[in-house]
Design a protein around this ligand. Structure first.
Ligand SMILES: *Cc1c(COP(=O)(O)O)cnc(C)c1O
Length: 426
């Protein structure tokens, strides 16, 4: 079992097969020392090799001009093939089911154009209450542009009174209760606020059982937890790659589209020349003929600079082994739970409550906690070199990740949190 001590944490670090990957990242500094960066769920840290990868694209441009798309060491037309090879392992798909393009909210709009297909009274969307604001705006705009009222069309599943998590059975019963009206079930894979992991396989199955489609926003799931999108029979999913995927601010996004749709002419889609069949893309023909893979949903010329930033990070996942990363993420989180529960027992006034589920399969890297006098505690953490995240009205979120955080940092964090609580709560 675990111990809440520095020696024990250091022992865990010594036994960690992924410990050397920390050297692949640039760690922000605080008073001349490594800060404790627990914001892998917000903006993942910069791999040291990113600058080199960007430089290679600039060199390709210097050396070849526009011919950089077709020749040189890394022709841009084929650059994405390296990306989808690793990404498909990260999300549990075949490479043809994954496309790297645009950004998250943009991709969600494109997916809704294809997968929100109201028919008669079957036109409702089921989603989680308090989804990330951009997801809510996105759903609302698809309903409004059809002239309908979002309050009538969108059904939200919320936690029960005095609870902070959505119960799995409540999601499934909401689907069942509205079975003749729901056409799309759209959920986060991991809720951004609570860190709760939803059972995507069960949600997809229940959606399909009533004749609806199932899509997921994986912003907080991709590269955090193990995913099997293809086998879970998910219809579509989108994610960003600046969070757990460490590909930099405004990084290029990704999409999964199940292969059964790749050659389905009945599906609507917004088309652009970059989604056209590759061999005919430059024939400049009038008719759009989609590439028969997820790439058929691309619109515009992608930025090789963003590809390069993504590639730098994905290469590290490939070297570490994606399943190893997921396993190590869970171990780090188990230890975080342990030390936080120890802090809790030492803070008698119930000043610290963890709202993230503790069960395996329901948690990833993140822990969200409600702390009395939370803003003061949060400021104290920041002053002491901890990067955490404050969400109104009273939640502190942290997400140590296995690729660049250590067990020792988790232990140190708990010590700092305990001082903060002693100072501001009692
Ligand atoms: C981070 C996040 C977003 C951000 O969307 P962008 O289009 O990348 O700005 C959207 N949805 C969720 C659930 C997120 O966590």
């Amino acid at each position: 079992m675990f111990e809440n001590s520095l020696e024990f944490a250091q022992q865990l670090d010594r036994n960690n097969d992924l410990k050397d990957f920390r050297n692949e990242f640039i760690i922000p500094q605080h008073n001349g020392k490594d800060a404790i960066y627990f914001l892998g769920n917000s903006l993942g840290l910069q791999p040291k090799r990113t600058a080199k990868f960007i430089q290679q694209v600039l060199d390709q441009w210097s050396n070849h001009g526009v011919e950089g798309f077709f020749r040189g060491n890394q022709p841009w037309m084929k650059y994405h093939e390296q990306l989808t090879k690793t990404l498909s392992k990260i999300v549990g798909a075949s490479p043809g089911e994954v496309v790297v393009m645009n950004q998250l909210t943009v991709n969600l709009h494109l997916m809704l154009a294809s997968f929100y297909e109201p028919q008669g009274r079957r036109k409702k969307i089921l989603c989680e209450a308090k989804a990330f604001p951009s997801d809510q705006y996105m759903l609302h705009s698809h309903v409004k542009q059809r002239g309908w009222d979002p309050d009538e069309i969108i059904i939200e599943v919320a936690p029960r009174e005095n609870e902070s998590l959505v119960r799995a059975e409540d999601i499934l019963s909401a689907i069942e209760q509205n079975k003749n009206e729901i056409v799309l079930v759209f959920f986060g894979g991991v809720n951004y606020y609570t860190g709760q992991v939803f059972n995507m396989q069960k949600i997809s199955k229940s959606a399909h059982d009533i004749g609806a489609k199932a899509g997921f926003d994986l912003a907080h799931a991709a590269a955090n937890i193990s995913l099997e999108l293809h086998d879970w029979d998910v219809d579509f999913a989108c994610w960003c790659s600046y969070k757990y995927l460490n590909s930099g601010p405004g990084a290029i996004g990704g999409c999964f589209i199940h292969e059964r749709y790749h050659d389905d002419p009945s599906l609507n889609r917004f088309a652009g020349w970059w989604g056209n069949k590759k061999e005919k893309q430059f024939l400049m023909q009038k008719e759009f003929e989609p590439e028969l893979s997820a790439e058929g949903w691309q619109l515009s010329t992608p930025s090789p600079l963003l590809y390069a930033m993504h590639n730098a990070s994905l290469q590290i996942f490939e070297e570490a082994g994606v399943e190893n990363v997921f396993k190590a993420n869970q171990s780090l989180n188990d230890y975080l739970w342990f030390v936080l529960e120890d802090v809790k027992t030492q803070t008698p006034n119930n000043d610290l409550q963890i709202i993230t589920p503790k069960q395996k399969n329901e948690k990833g890297c993140q822990i969200s906690m409600v702390v009395n006098n939370g803003k003061k505690v949060f400021d104290y953490l920041s002053e002491n070199g901890v990067y955490a995240d404050w969400r109104e009205p009273n939640v502190i979120r942290i997400a140590p990740v296995a690729l660049y955080n250590s067990f020792e940092e988790v232990w140190r964090f708990a010590q700092i949190l305990k001082s903060a609580i002693n100072q501001y709560c009692q």
